[in-house]
Write a protein that binds this ligand. Structure first.
Ligand SMILES: Nc1nc2c(ncn2[C@@H]2O[C@H](COP(=O)(O)OP(=O)(O)OP(=O)(O)O)[C@@H](O)[C@H]2O)c(=O)[nH]1
Ligand SMILES: [Mg+2]
Ligand SMILES: [Zn+2]
Ligand SMILES: [Zn+2]
Length: 415
């Protein structure tokens, strides 16, 4: 049975049990009256006071009556249902807890929630936009994968982000904090080839990203929804801005790039807060370490060139030969960063992570491939984004869940 996690309130339910919303359209049957809008207080309460009273009036929500057939064949509970009020068929499913409408194909496959976390200006919004683009091009090609935005909200945002980054060469604005309004989750359908004896075909997974504002993380003040999102996550990507690390700031040659960003919450503080929240939501495992896998990615690695060996594995992307994830390559990156972090912040971040998380891997990436121009710090470099290793953290998390094949040169085979 397909389990659906609502991408708005993160309540879990079986796809078959989700209510429907009437579309309020005329049925074409003479004499029949379409349903009128009703006050949806469940939804209005979830959305908060910013929703004007007129917007609270929506299509009636109903549940499909239980029939003997539906009990025997759960599949009979998928697909459209007939509204008991007007007799017209609807396909729109809503979350039973918050009454948010779900995109039409959201309920057809299991969902994986990937939480994206990082201090203010660590590069989250730029990263998501570039990652989506890469997954549809180079990486998608290597893994025979495709990614489709689900629902109008995500499609619209993707289009705007891509136009800004790739055509107008403009960097994203700072994301608004959740306290000021509602930031919609980004929903994608990832299709990967199905492997195994049962032959070919595709396997679909829903990916939910939530691009929060950096300040939403601030320890005790973290909004409730954000915490629920973190505790529902199957994997976490924590973005770390190396320009926040004292030694990196001291050593970078000045003058040939944009000014250094203002100092934000230190990454080890964010990691510790994150672990506290996850433990409070039952994600603590053995020895108090959090069981959710965490990919810790140092961003903006283009700025670190002067501090790295020219042959550093951080300076070129993986090839993903044969559509598999190269475990040796991942380890080379992990070890390189562990060694560098021991130098850049005396290993403080890594020590904190090891204390708090049972499953962790370090990554290094650059969404832009080069620093923004010194004279136009809000612009993408003239050549457009030339990303480095942006896909690695997500691919690792997917592989942890058995969704991607992994190779290991030492064993010489994939598993
Ligand atoms: N050198 C370099 N700078 C980057 C890169 N990605 C982002 N930046 C810089 O970091 C700034 C912040 O990036 P955002 O993507 O807006 O960061 P964010 O984490 O979404 O920020 P908030 O929404 O405020 O929390 C950008 O304006 C760029 O100046 C990169 O790959 N390389
Ligand atoms: Mg942002
Ligand atoms: Zn919900
Ligand atoms: Zn109706």
């Amino acid at each position: 049975m397909t389990t659906v996690i609502c991408p708005y309130c993160f309540a879990r339910s079986s796809a078959a049990g989700l209510p429907y919303r009437c579309l309020m359209i005329p049925g074409g049957v003479r004499g029949s009256q379409p349903c009128g809008p009703e006050r949806d207080d469940v939804w209005a309460e979830f959305m908060g006071p910013s929703i004007p009273p007129s917007a609270r009036m929506r299509g009636p929500v109903f549940t499909r009556p239980r029939s003997p057939v539906s009990r025997l064949r759960p599949a009979a509970n998928a697909g459209p249902a007939v509204c008991p009020g007007c007799g017209v068929t609807t396909t729109v499913r809503v979350c039973g807890s918050c009454h948010s409408d779900l995109p039409s194909d959201y309920c057809e496959q299991d969902s994986r929630i990937i939480a994206l976390v990082g201090a203010k200006a660590s590069g989250k919004s730029t990263y998501v936009a570039v990652l989506v683009n890469e997954l549809n091009r180079r990486v998608g090609q290597a893994f025979d994968a495709s990614l489709a935005a689900m629902g109008q909200g995500t499609q619209q945002r993707d289009k705007e982000m891509a136009q800004d980054l790739y055509e107008r060469l403009r960097l994203p604005d700072a994301t608004r904090p959740a306290a000021l309004g509602f930031n919609d989750p980004l929903l994608y359908r990832l299709s990967l080839p199905r492997r195994g004896r049962l032959g070919t075909g595709s396997r679909h997974t829903t990916l939910v990203f939530f691009d929060a504002a950096g300040e939403d993380l601030a320890g005790a003040d973290a909004v409730d929804r954000y915490t629920r999102y973190l505790s529902a996550a199957d994997g976490i990507i924590l973005l770390v801005d190396p320009l926040q690390l004292g030694t990196v700031r001291d050593r970078l040659p000045l003058g040939d790039g944009p000014p250094l960003p203002a100092v934000e919450t230190p990454p080890q503080q964010i990691a510790a807060d994150l672990a506290t929240q996850l433990r409070a939501h039952g994600r603590g495992g053995s020895r108090g370490r959090v069981s959710t896998p965490i990919a810790v990615a140092v961003t903006k690695t283009d700025m670190l060139r002067p501090l790295l060996d020219p042959h550093s594995p951080l300076l070129s992307s993986a090839t993903h030969e044969g559509g598999t994830l190269d475990e040796d390559d991942r380890l080379a990156v992990h070890e390189e960063l562990r060694a560098q972090l021991a130098d850049w912040d005396s290993g403080a971040l890594y020590r904190q992570l090891e204390r708090d998380f049972a499953e962790l891997s370090l990554f290094g990436l650059s969404a832009l491939g080069a620093p923004p121009p010194a004279d136009a710090p809000a612009d993408v470099p003239k050549s457009g984004p030339q990303p480095l290793r942006v896909e690695d953290p997500l691919l690792w998390l997917l592989a942890r869940r058995g969704l991607l094949p992994v190779t290991n040169a030492w064993k010489g085979q994939s598993r």
